[in-house]
Design a protein around this ligand. Structure first.
Ligand code: PLP
Length: 395
């Protein structure tokens, strides 16, 4: 892998120089006021990116998976029922985590390439007349298949069924890249990680915790110590942390949010939509399709490209790494070998994406796949040429 090339994996993402510099700092005493001056803007910024109007932001030294574990253990008790749909590796792993914590997971299976099945979720909620389901778990952007789910639609299903379950959303590969409206969608816990839309190194779980989840925290009995929100919130109130915080990452997070807001969150979302559409034009020009079954499901941060019969997506990923020093994502689980994934999130521009598409084409040609060099690149070029200049300049 050449460190000069951008990565095209759906996380960790490319780290802007400004953020690398912000993370690289001398040791400071995290019990001094200096830490509070760095910490408070980062927390306030996360609130804006998540679209929170109430509740608390929690920053844990961890990753997205630790954020899931924290969400579950702080709000639920052994044997509690939760409802989740499985349609990819990340929705699956959330189910697995809940089972290992002794929760009773009601799973709705959906084909990989589909999103959260709203009608089935609403039916399951309506059938639960005793309101034993304590939480609904949703993966906003299924990174394995490049599928976006309709979180507002899940909120509508909960409301239509008159069901009081909490709504927990994995936004690890969408937050900071695609619109996220925690307050508007009535999300009780949103989970993100530092190394995707926030363009930081891995090492922080970033959570938005709403008032209903904070209330559930008072009675939940699943064991937790390191992840206990109550300890965190008590320490926050005094301007500090219950243990040693990841100070450099928090400094980087404040800088990340400045960068996102300097560009403008709407412009950031528009850039991701534009980058993604260019990739999809290339995929179509190759005669291939995204794994996502229909346009309203298309992710703006990752495209899982279904490879032609007889081809293996993992071969392309290996060759790209070994020969060209460029990283793409392999297919996971059910779609292993059947897709390769192009991550188009974080610090990327039209020009960088074109380089990734050109590399993918070289690999396809090397592997003897039926693709003409330049076909996908040209389709993306035509699209990017026509994109609004104001948006492009802001990126
Ligand atoms: C990356 C990712 C995770 C896992 O996050 P880690 O930071 O690797 O623990 C969870 N969910 C989704 C949707 C992801 O893309």
């Amino acid at each position: 892998m050449s460190s000069q090339n951008p990565v095209f994996i759906p996380g960790p993402t490319n780290i802007p120089e400004e953020i690398r510099k912000a993370c690289d700092m001398p040791t400071i005493d995290h019990r001094s006021p200096t830490f509070g001056r760095m910490f408070r803007p980062a927390v306030a910024g996360v609130r804006r990116v998540l679209g929170m109007t109430e509740g608390e932001v929690i920053l844990l030294p961890s990753t997205g998976t630790g954020g899931w574990e924290a969400a579950v253990t702080n709000t639920l008790s052994p044997g509690d029922r939760v409802l989740a749909a499985r349609f990819g590796m990340f929705s699956h792993r959330w189910i697995d985590l809940c089972r290992r914590h002794g929760l009773d997971v009601q799973v709705i299976e959906a084909p990989w390439g589909q999103g959260a099945p709203l009608a089935a979720i609403e039916a399951a909620l309506r059938a639960d007349t005793g309101h034993t389901i304590r939480a609904v778990l949703a993966t906003h952007n299924e990174t394995a298949t490049g599928v976006r789910s309709d979180i507002a639609g899940i909120r509508r299903a909960l409301d239509a069924a008159g069901h009081p379950a909490l709504l927990f959303v994995d936004g690890v590969s969408s937050i900071g890249c695609m619109p996220f409206d925690m307050a508007g969608w009535g999300v009780d816990i949103a989970v993100a990680g530092s190394q995707k839309g926030f363009m930081l190194p891995a090492g922080l779980a970033i959570l938005g915790v709403g008032p209903r989840a904070l209330a559930a925290m008072e009675t939940a009995t699943l064991p937790r110590t390191f992840f206990d929100f109550r300890d965190m919130l008590k320490a926050y109130a005094a301007g500090g942390y219950p243990y040693t915080p990841a100070v450099g990452l928090i400094a980087g997070l404040a800088r990340s949010i400045e960068m996102l807001e300097d560009e403008g969150l709407d412009a950031v979302y528009a850039r991701h939509a534009r980058l993604a559409e260019g990739v999809r034009r290339a995929v179509a020009a190759w005669g291939m399709k995204p794994c996502a079954a229909s346009p309203e499901l298309y992710s703006e941060t990752v495209t899982a490209v279904v490879v032609p019969e007889g081809c293996n997506g993992t071969d392309l990923v290996k060759l790209a790494a070994e020969k060209y020093g460029v990283a793409f994502g392999v297919g996971l689980g059910e779609v292993a070998g059947k897709v390769f994934r192009i991550g188009h999130l974080g610090m990327l521009t039209d020009v960088m994406v074109l380089a990734g598409l050109a590399t993918a084409e070289m690999c396809m040609a090397d592997l003897g796949w039926p693709v003409r060099l330049g076909s996908g690149v040209a389709a993306a070029q035509e699209f990017y040429r026509g994109a609004p200049v104001a948006v492009r300049a802001a990126a």
